[in-house]
Write a protein that binds this ligand. Structure first.
Ligand code: SF4
Ligand code: SF4
Length: 462
C-alpha cells in the first residue's frame, strides 16, 4: 500500500514500461498515430470483447497487447521485422470492437491497419505474396469491369454443373496442406447472378411517385458481382421511399481491401476518383448497402485531409455517406402495409456497429416490417470471422470465431438472419448450411423489398 494514498496499489497490475520517446520510428501521414498509442492506459477492458484474445488467451492477441507491440516498434525496442510482429498484426480482424469499449479512445483497429502499411512498405515480402497482392489490389480491384471479367469462369463453373459435382464428391476438401483453403473458398461461393448489376442498372432510376431525395448509390464490388439481387432490392426500397437513385457506372472500389492490406497509395487514388465522380451529380446523400463500403467512404475525409485539392471536397462527400438502414431511419422509412409473418434476428456487421456506430437504425427499420417477430441475437456485435478476406487467409481461426456465432444463431430459432455486409452474408450463409441450421441469411433490404411487393400483390388482389 501507498502511505500517502491509502487503498492505492503500490505497483500497477501491468507494468507501465519506459516513458514515451521524442522521435517515434513512424512519422509519415499513414503511420500509426503515436499519441493515440500512448493513450492506452492498459486497463484491459478491451480484452473481453476481442475475438482473437477470446480464442487464444494470449496478451499479444489482444488489443492491449497489439498496442504495446506497436509502441515497442515505434520506440525502437522491437525491430519491425521481429518474428511475430507481422503475424500478430495480421491476426487482428480489424473488427474494432475494442474501439467501441475503450475508455481512452484508442483506435486499435486503425493502429493495426497503419502498422500493416508500414510492414508493407519497409519489410521484404515473399515473392508469391507480393505478386498476388499487386495483381489483386493494384490491378484487379482498381476497375469494376476487371472484377466482372474475373467472375466469368466462376459463373461458368456453376452453370455447367461443375460446382454440383465438386460439392457432391467433396473433392476440394481432400486437397493436402494449404490447398485445403480452396475447399473452404468453394463452400463460401453462393449462386452467382447471370449478370453484374452495374451492367443492368440504369445510371438514373426514377423515384416512385413524388421525388423527395436524389441519392447516389455506391455499388460495392462484391454486391455488384455476387449479391446483385440484394442491391437490386436496395434500389427498389429507395425508389419506393421517394428517392431518385443515381448509380454512376464509372465508380470504383471503395478501397476497403486496400486499407486492410496497407496499400494506401491505391486507396488514395480510388478515394480521389470516387469523390471526383459523385460530386458531378447534385446529390442529397450517398448510400451503400455494404457496411464496409459505407465505413470506408466515410473515412475519405480523414484520408485526404492533407491534400489541398481534395480536403474540403472529401469532407463534403463523406458527410453525405449513409448506410442504407441509417438513411431509411433518417428520411424516415415508409412502412410496408402487408404483414410478413417470420421470426427474424439481426447480426451486426463490425463495419456498421463498431466502425460507424450504426446500431439503433437497422433494428428500427427491421421492426417497422409488420408481422415479423424480432428476436435479439446474443452477442449480435461479435465478429462472424469473415473480416474482409480473413476467413480465406486464416480459415481455421475464422472457423473458430464463426462457431460461437452459429451457436447463438441456432439458439434464436429464427427463420431469417439479417445482416448488412456482403462478407457477413457469405460467412453466415456458408456457416448455417454447414451446421444444418434452418435459418436463411438475408440483407435487411431484401426483407423490406419483399414486404413492399407483398403489399402491392395484396392491393392488386383486392
Ligand atoms: S481498453 Fe483501451 S486503454 Fe484499455 S487496455 Fe484496451 S486499448 Fe488500452
Ligand atoms: S480490432 Fe477486433 S480483433 Fe483486432 S484487436 Fe480490436 S477487438 Fe481484437
Amino acid at each position: 500500500m501507498d502511505d500517502a494514498h491509502p487503498g492505492a496499489l503500490s505497483a500497477p497490475a501491468v507494468p507501465l514500461g519506459p516513458g514515451p520517446v521524442a522521435r517515434p520510428l513512424f512519422t509519415d501521414v499513414d503511420a500509426p498515430d503515436y499519441d493515440n498509442v500512448l493513450a492506452c492506459i492498459r486497463c484491459g477492458l478491451c480484452l473481453s470483447v476481442c475475438p482473437t484474445y477470446s480464442t487464444d488467451h494470449l496478451e499479444v492477441q489482444s488489443p492491449r497487447g497489439r498496442v504495446a507491440l506497436i509502441r515497442a516498434v515505434e520506440e525502437g525496442r522491437l525491430p519491425l521485422e521481429s518474428p511475430g510482429f507481422k503475424e500478430h498484426m495480421y491476426h487482428c480482424l480489424d473488427c474494432r470492437a475494442c474501439q467501441t469499449i475503450c475508455p481512452s479512445g484508442v483506435r486499435v483497429g486503425e493502429l493495426v491497419v497503419a502498422a500493416r502499411a508500414e510492414i508493407d512498405k519497409r519489410e521484404p515480402q515473399p515473392w508469391l505474396e507480393r505478386i498476388l497482392k499487386r495483381v489483386i489490389l493494384r490491378w484487379l480491384l482498381l476497375r469494376p469491369e476487371r472484377v466482372e471479367w474475373a467472375m466469368v469462369p466462376l459463373r461458368l463453373y456453376q452453370r455447367i454443373g461443375l460446382q454440383r459435382l465438386v460439392r457432391s464428391t467433396r473433392l476440394l476438401g481432400r486437397l493436402p496442406g494449404r490447398l485445403g483453403v480452396l475447399g473452404f473458398m468453394e463452400e463460401l461461393l453462393p449462386r452467382l447472378p447471370g449478370r453484374p448489376l452495374r451492367q443492368e442498372l440504369a445510371e438514373v432510376t426514377p423515384a416512385r411517385g413524388e421525388r423527395r431525395y436524389r441519392v447516389g448509390f455506391f455499388l460495392g464490388c462484391v454486391m455488384n458481382v455476387v449479391y446483385a439481387e440484394v442491391s437490386r432490392a436496395t434500389v427498389n426500397v429507395l425508389t419506393e421511399n421517394g428517392c431518385e437513385v443515381v448509380t454512376p457506372k464509372a465508380q470504383r472500389c471503395c478501397g476497403a481491401p486496400h486499407a486492410a492490406e496497407g496499400d494506401t497509395r491505391s486507396l488514395r487514388a480510388l478515394a480521389r476518383h470516387n469523390v471526383d465522380l459523385f460530386e458531378q451529380w447534385d446529390l442529397d446523400y450517398v448510400v451503400a448497402d455494404c457496411a464496409a463500403c459505407a465505413a470506408q467512404t466515410k473515412e475519405y475525409a480523414h484520408l485526404l485531409r492533407d491534400e489541398p485539392n481534395y480536403r474540403d471536397r472529401a469532407i463534403a462527400f463523406s458527410r453525405k455517406v449513409r448506410d442504407i438502414t441509417e438513411l431509411l431511419a433518417e428520411i424516415p422509412l415508409k412502412s410496408p402495409t402487408e404483414s410478413v409473418p417470420v421470426r427474424v434476428t439481426y447480426h451486426e456487421a463490425c463495419h456498421l456497429c463498431h466502425a460507424q456506430g450504426v446500431r439503433r437504425q437497422p433494428r428500427k427499420v427491421i421492426k417497422q416490417i409488420p408481422g415479423i417477430e424480432f428476436v435479439e441475437l446474443k452477442e449480435s456485435d461479435w465478429c462472424c470471422g469473415s473480416a474482409g478476406i480473413y476467413n480465406i487467409t486464416h480459415p481455421e481461426r475464422a472457423s473458430r470465431i464463426l462457431e460461437r456465432k452459429l451457436k447463438n444463431i441456432a439458439a434464436t430459432e429464427a427463420d431469417i438472419v439479417l445482416t448488412g455486409n456482403p462478407g457477413c452474408l457469405l460467412q453466415l450463409d456458408a456457416g448455417v448450411r454447414r451446421a444444418g441450421i434452418r435459418s436463411r441469411v438475408l440483407h435487411p433490404t431484401q426483407l423490406l423489398d419483399a414486404a413492399y411487393r407483398a403489399g402491392k400483390a395484396a392491393g392488386k388482389r383486392e
